[in-house]
Design a protein around this ligand. Structure first.
Ligand SMILES: NC(=O)c1ccc[n+]([C@@H]2O[C@H](COP(=O)([O-])OP(=O)(O)OC[C@H]3O[C@@H](n4cnc5c(N)ncnc54)[C@H](O)[C@@H]3O)[C@@H](O)[C@H]2O)c1
Ligand SMILES: [Zn+2]
Length: 365
C-alpha cells in the first residue's frame, strides 16, 4: 500500500493506494483512530460488486454501520438525494464523531462529501473512490456538491475528506467505456506535469487496456500526486494554480454542452479538448506538431476521440457553449496550452480567428 499526504487548511489527510484495500477498510479506519458509526453511501452497480467486501471488513473491525444507496447516474447528485441522505443520518442518530464513507464514483463522492460538510455543520468523511476518475480526480481536493435543475454543481462546499482510500482492484469491474473515458484524465496529468507518466502510457498501451494492476497503481499514484500537489497550493481555487487541471476542459466542456451531455462522456470530451488545445498551441507555434501527433496517437490507443467529425457539431454551437462558460467565469476565456509534453502555460486573449479555426479542425476532422 502506498500513501500520499495532502496538505489543507484544516491540516492534512492521507490518500492510500493499493490492491484489495476495501477488504482492509475496518483496520484502516481503526489505524486512523476513527471510532463511531459509519454510514456507507453507495450506488447499485458498485454495491453489487464491492459493498460486501467493505461490510465484511467493517464488521471485522467491530464498526457499527448503515448502508444508504442513492440513485444511479448523475441523478444521484440531486437536492432530493441530498435530503434523503441527511434524513437517514438523523434517523440513525449520527453524531459529530460518526463518519460517512463514500463507496462509489464521483457522483457518490460529491453527494456524500456535501452531506458530510453540512450535516451537524460537518462530520468526518472518508472517500473510497471506485472509478478511475474518482481515484485520480474527484476524491482529491475537497470539492463536494450537488446539482440543481438549472445546472451542475451549483451548490457545494470545499470540504476536505479525512481519508481517501483508492483500491485499484475495484477498477476491474468498471465498464470499458467508463474506464477508457477516465484514461483521458490520466493522459491529462501526463501532459500538464509528468512526461514519465505520458511515456509509460505510450510504452504500455496493452497493459493499460487490460488494467494490469502494476500499471493501474502507477497511474493512480502519479495522477494523485499531481492533483494533491496542485490542490495543496490552491485549496480554494483562488490563486489560479488549479487552472492547469483544466487542460482540455475549456474545449471539452463546450463539446459536452454543445452535444447536450448525451453523446460524449466527460473524459472523451476532455480527450477531444486536449487535441483542440494542442492544435491551437501548434498554430501559435508554442507546441511541436510531432508532440501533438504523439498525443493524438496515445488517445487513439485508448479508444478516445481525437476528432469530432461525424458528431454533427457546428461552429456556432460550440462557440455559444464556450461563451456561456466564459460568462460564468467572470468574462475571461483562458486556455491551458501545451508547450511540451509535461508542461503547459495559461494564455488569454487568443485571437478569435485562431479559436474558430481550431474548433473547425476538430469538428470537421
Ligand atoms: N469533486 C470533484 O473534484 C470532481 C472532479 C471531477 C468530477 N466530479 C464529478 O464526478 C462525477 C462523475 O464521476 P464518475 O465519472 O466517477 O461517474 P459516476 O460516479 O457516475 O460512476 C459511473 C458509473 O459507474 C458505476 N461504478 C462506480 N464504480 C464502479 C465499479 N468499481 N464497478 C462497476 N461500476 C462502478 C457507478 O455506479 C455509475 O453507474 C460528476 O458528477 C462530476 O461532476 C467531481
Ligand atoms: Zn475532468
Amino acid at each position: 500500500m502506498k500513501k500520499i499526504t495532502v496538505r489543507c487548511g484544516r491540516g492534512r489527510y492521507s490518500i492510500l493506494i493499493g490492491k484489495y484495500l476495501l477488504d482492509r477498510m475496518g483496520s484502516l479506519l481503526r489505524l486512523q483512530g476513527f471510532s463511531g458509526k459509519v454510514m456507507i453511501v453507495t450506488q447499485g452497480p458498485v454495491a453489487k460488486f464491492h459493498l460486501g467486501a467493505a461490510q465484511k471488513s467493517l464488521r471485522k473491525g467491530k464498526y457499527r454501520f448503515c448502508v444508504h444507496e442513492i440513485m444511479n447516474g448523475e441523478e444521484g447528485k440531486s437536492g432530493r438525494e441530498f435530503f434523503r441522505l441527511s434524513h437517514a443520518l438523523v434517523e440513525n442518530d449520527f453524531e459529530r464523531r460518526d463518519l460517512i464513507l463514500a463507496l462509489g464514483g464521483g457522483v457518490v463522492g460529491d453527494l456524500a462529501g456535501f452531506a458530510a460538510a453540512s450535516y451537524l455543520r460537518g462530520i468526518r468523511f472518508v472517500n473510497a473512490g471506485t472509478t478511475l476518475l474518482a481515484q485520480v480526480d474527484s476524491s482529491i481536493g475537497g470539492k463536494t456538491g450537488i446539482n440543481l435543475p438549472q445546472g451542475k454543481n451549483l451548490v457545494g462546499a470545499f470540504y476536505p475528506p479525512s481519508l481517501v482510500v483508492s483500491d485499484i482492484s475495484v477498477l476491474a469491474t468498471l465498464s470499458d467505456r467508463e474506464y477508457h473515458s477516465s484514461l483521458g484524465e490520466v493522459v491529462k496529468y501526463g501532459m500538464i506535469r509528468d512526461k514519465a507518466l505520458f511515456s509509460l502510457l505510450a510504452k504500455e498501451p496493452e497493459r493499460v487496456m487490460r488494467r494490469d494492476p502494476v500499471i493501474l497503481e502507477k497511474m493512480v499514484m502519479a495522477s494523485s500526486r499531481i492533483k494533491a500537489d496542485v490542490v495543496s497550493r490552491d485549496e480554494y481555487e483562488t490563486k489560479g494554480e488549479r487552472m492547469i487541471l483544466n487542460f482540455g476542459h475549456t474545449f471539452g466542456h463546450a463539446f459536452e454542452q454543445a452535444l447536450d451531455y448525451r453523446k460524449l462522456m466527460h473524459g472523451e470530451a476532455v480527450a477531444a479538448g486536449m487535441v483542440a488545445a494542442s492544435e491551437m498551441a501548434v498554430t501559435l507555434r508554442l507546441f511541436s506538431p510531432t508532440e501533438r501527433d504523439r498525443l493524438v496517437s496515445l488517445l487513439g490507443n485508448f479508444h478516445l476521440p481525437t476528432s469530432l467529425s461525424g458528431f454533427g457539431l457546428s461552429l456556432p454551437r460550440v462557440m455559444n457553449a464556450m461563451m456561456r462558460d466564459k460568462k460564468k467565469k467572470a468574462g475571461k476565456l483562458r486556455f491551458v496550452l501545451p508547450v511540451k509534453i509535461g508542461k503547459v502555460v495559461v494564455q488569454e486573449n487568443i485571437p478569435k480567428d485562431i479559436l474558430k479555426k481550431t474548433i473547425q479542425k476538430i469538428i470537421r476532422g
